[in-house]
Write a protein that binds this ligand. Sequence first.
Ligand code: NAD
Length: 455
Amino acid sequence: MEMIIDGEGVSGEKIFTVRNPFNGDEVDRVPLAGRSDVERAIRAAHRARDAMADLSARKISEKLYDVADELKTELDEFARLITLESGKPIRFSRDEVKRSVETARLSAEEAGRLYGESIPMDAGIGGKGLTGFTVRIPLGVVAAITPFNYPLNLAIHKVGPALAAGNTTILKPSLEAPLSALKLAWILSEHFPAGAVNAVTGRGSEVGDVIIDSPLVDKITFTGSVEVGRYISARASMKKITLELGGNDPLIVMDDADIDSAVEAAVRGSYLYSGQVCIAVKRMIVHEDVADEFADKLVNITGSLRAGDPMDVRTDVGPLINEDAAIEVERVIGAAVEDGAELLCGGSRRGNFVEPTVLDHVVPGMEVIERETFGPVSPIIRFNGADEAIRIANGTCYALQAGVFTENIRTALRMAREIEAGTVLVNKQSTFRVDHMPFGDSGAVEWVRRVSSTP
Ligand code: NAD
């Protein structure tokens, strides 16, 4: 598939072969962009600002609605591409496309709602009788750098709102899974002026600096690992940036929790796309009085999950994105066992596949829970008392989302207040997310399900 620069397809001198993580088969080839390709894309986006400025908010909104419709029409093909490039089980790929349709529609809605404020000025000295007002104007050129794990949704998640606000864009998807993002960029570019949507495929380490250093790029929106986020943040200096980085989300299970629901949520949250999700449940913090029951039930369901070909609708767990990623997860599991964790099930690796794994008696300090483990691993950390649970939950540097299972409203409210996460979900796991909610380090507290007993 070609890149898009200034409304035209571009194939580079060097190419990269995209392989299916399930069987290593070639899926497609994409160009390996060089410095001059990226510079051309940036200049095209810079020039296209005028053409975007000619579009009314209503026109932009209509175009984004049309893009949403096309995504919906092409749901099957997008899902197939996502599964082939990323190894994501097809059921989940279909969910990703549906959510991308939703994201495009939300962007279309917001395009018509970019209001400013009117501010009475008489609170300031000399302001009597005066009224100020603000208007929103586009920033200019927005560069979007996206990871492999939600290759379509995270692309529309960035490019949709940027266009909605009248900006032009350069999308740089992950080389591991660039195809669905490129296909999306093609659809977008057919609706918007030439140069308003550009997409370049290349190694982040090679083309990233060209984007970060360019004075013509007004904003970088990045989703990916903490390491790369740190690098971009340090290098971008005064440029506007938005960073959505790694997670290590806890699921706290209190002694009064509905254990069956908690286990079901743990399974859902831990093994979704083999755990390669920023808001996957990565730590299960379970009260010691219910930990044996929780662990038994978790092992039972974990053992019944079906691993295999991600194209098969019955597959629950597919491969990791590549063998290096699988080797790393296997290493971290091994290190936890060496340090005293008990392996209840799983733990082995075959090629890119890591068996869904339950580890019990994990304690703070073990690498498997100190850093983000991007694989199908369920570490159980036992605690005794709410203070200890909160201390453990807050004991890492990550803070995306958290889930708490309890039937006690006081406990739920305390956890919601004291757990350092953007969102605390009560009786729901951290993978739950809707796009019109604030996300990330936003301090939002959501009640997804009412707790069933009152204190
Ligand atoms: P990654 O950081 O390796 O790569 C992300 C993107 O950055 C890719 O497009 C890559 O090519 C590019 N990149 C790499 N080096 C770069 C550089 N020096 N300059 C500029 N760009 C560079 O991440 P990944 O492995 O693709 O994705 C997994 C990570 O993403 C996990 O940590 C996960 O938690 C995180 N993630 C976060 C969210 C969120 O919303 N917070 C969502 C999804 C994934």
